[in-house]
Design a binder for this molecule. Structure first.
Ligand code: AHR
Length: 505
């Protein structure tokens, strides 16, 4: 097998990693909230009904920010339903997921959960069935210290201190015909602009995300971003991207190659934002919020639940367990986000618990980690600092869909504060191990701390409640660093985390 080569030098950088790049997402969908984070009868439930076992796993990842409450759900949500005395909260039909929403968990409870796990909230407002008034009132409820209708309502509800939410999404996937209150780009651009202005009048310190396209293959992609930004550019800070991948036709080579398209997607949105900037003469640069990304299989069973037995509270939707090969794609999506860290400042793995999630629970039973949990946790724990402009030369493969797909997908992150550097690397190869050589002479005096590897003889292996440790990483990787020369073997179909640190000896 031909060797893959990398060169990493601290003099050549892409950009700083915003910690929010490792964000996630919890929607009122399936068992994400009810019987996910919140299960009052569970043996580990705390005084508010939050599962402590779930909170412990979320803390292990160090999730910096969580988008809430949707998703498609938010486009029909009235936040007032979810505050105040629980016994007075209405039960509502959630039309997005054909479920029954009890409103037992709302804004205050979620903000309190976030505080308890040590994460921030990224709050989405309803721009589907609601608009400016609901949005500015929610900012007042969450962020205003007191002395006004909504801030005093929050205080009366037991939360004297404001929730201090910094990051806000102006609706969700408003380009999608499936969205309640779906809009044309001009309609959304106008509404987003007026809503942004009112929200920032309430709290000028907040940051706003405008909706980009729901995915790269939307027929309006490109034009949607250009038109929306024509309206809203100067009032927002980020434009969103969403993308889910899945394997089709049992074609693993194509599945693993899709992150090449993700890179192209990001560059296209950057170009569109910069085009509007140039055209309108703005000086401000717009950043990207990739606030929904993951591998997602929509199985017939999920449709059947919504069609044949609708209006259940917390039905088990989108809970298919993830495979080892799904974990590799999640790893490469993380590598892609990191490679674009100069422009992508926020990203949310969609979602966090049970629904399309790296963490799963049994109602009344244990919580466990899916295969996809591991690359997410590794990136969050070891991928903070500065992304280096890694030079990569790698063998490649081609198939009927893709030409010259690199076998090696890799990125290097330097943490100057702790004098550590991490190389994240995936070997896409299905036939054998990939030898890796690195020129790291630019970072003198480092040694290998550990070489973590996630590999499995069966790419379809998965973790379940009964066998939660089928796909787990080991630290038997063979990476070595001597005189600035790195060598390592990347097993076939593997995710690797090569951790280097200053030699203190
Ligand atoms: O994450 C699940 C759904 O996917 C979200 O509700 C929606 O925004 C997207 O289409």
């Amino acid at each position: 097998m031909e060797t893959a080569k990398i060169i990493a030098d601290p003099e050549f950088r892409i950009g700083e990693v915003d910690p929010r790049l490792y964000g996630s997402f919890i929607e009122h969908l399936g068992r994400a909230v009810y019987n996910g984070i919140y299960e009052p009868g569970h043996p580990t439930a705390d005084d508010m009904g939050f599962r402590r076992d779930v909170m412990d796993i979320v803390r292990e990842v160090g999730v910096p920010i969580v988008r809430y409450p949707g998703g498609n759900f938010v486009s029909g949500y009235n936040w007032r339903d979810g505050v105040g005395p629980k016994e007075k909260r209405p039960r509502r039909l959630d039309l997005a997921w054909r479920s029954l929403e009890t409103n037992e968990v709302g804004t205050d409870e979620f903000c309190e959960w976030a505080r308890r796990v040590g994460t921030e909230v990224n709050m989405a407002v309803n721009l589907g069935t609601a608009g400016i008034d609901e949005a500015r009132s929610l900012v007042e409820y969450c962020n205003h210290p007191g002395g006004s209708l909504y801030s005093d309502m929050r205080i009366a509800n037991g939360y004297r201190e404001p929730h201090k939410i910094k990051t806000w999404c102006l609706g969700n996937e408003m380009d999608g015909p499936w969205q309640m209150g779906h809009k044309t780009a001009d309609e959304y651009g106008r509404l987003a602009t007026e809503t942004a202005v009112a929200m920032k009048w309430v709290d000028p310190t907040i940051e706003l995300v405008a909706c980009g396209s729901s995915h790269r293959k939307m027929p309006t992609f490109g034009q949607w971003e250009a038109t929306v930004l024509d309206h809203v550019y100067q009032y927002v800070d980020y434009i969103s991207l969403h993308q889910y991948y899945h394997k089709t036709d049992n074609d693993l080579g194509t599945f693993l190659a899709q992150t090449v398209q993700m890179d192209d997607f990001i560059r296209s949105v950057v170009s569109t934002a910069d085009y509007v900037r140039a055209k309108k003469g703005h000086t401000k640069r717009l950043y990207l919020s990739f606030d929904e990304w993951n591998v997602w299989y929509q199985n017939p069973v999920d449709k059947e639940i919504m069609q044949k037995t609708p209006w259940q509270v917390a039905p088990p939707l989108y809970e298919a367990p993830y495979t080892h090969e799904d974990a590799l794609v999640v790893g490469m999506m993380l590598i892609t986000l990191l490679r674009n860290a100069d422009r992508v400042k926020i990203a949310c793995l969609a979602q966090l618990i049970n629904t399309i999630a790296p963490i799963s629970t049994v109602t009344g039973g244990p919580a466990w980690r899916q295969a996809t949990y591991y690359p997410y946790m590794h990136a969050s724990c070891y991928g903070r600092g500065t992304v280096l402009n890694l030079q990569v030369r790698t063998p490649s493969y081609s198939n009927k869909t893709f030409d010259a797909v690199p076998l090696l997908d890799a990125v290097a992150v330097l943490d100057e504060e702790h004098e550590q550097m991490t190389v994240f690397a995936v070997n896409r190869g299905q036939d054998g191990a990939l030898p890796l050589e690195g020129d790291l002479r630019g970072i003198g005096g480092y040694q290998v701390l550990e070489h973590i590897t996630l590999e499995h003889s069966d790419p379809l292996a998965r973790n379940t409640a009964e066998q939660p440790n089928e796909v787990v990483p080991h630290t038997r990787g063979d990476a070595q660093l001597s005189d600035g020369r790195l060598t390592a073997t990347l097993p076939k179909l593997s995710w690797n985390v090569i951790r280097l640190g200053k030699n203190r000896g």
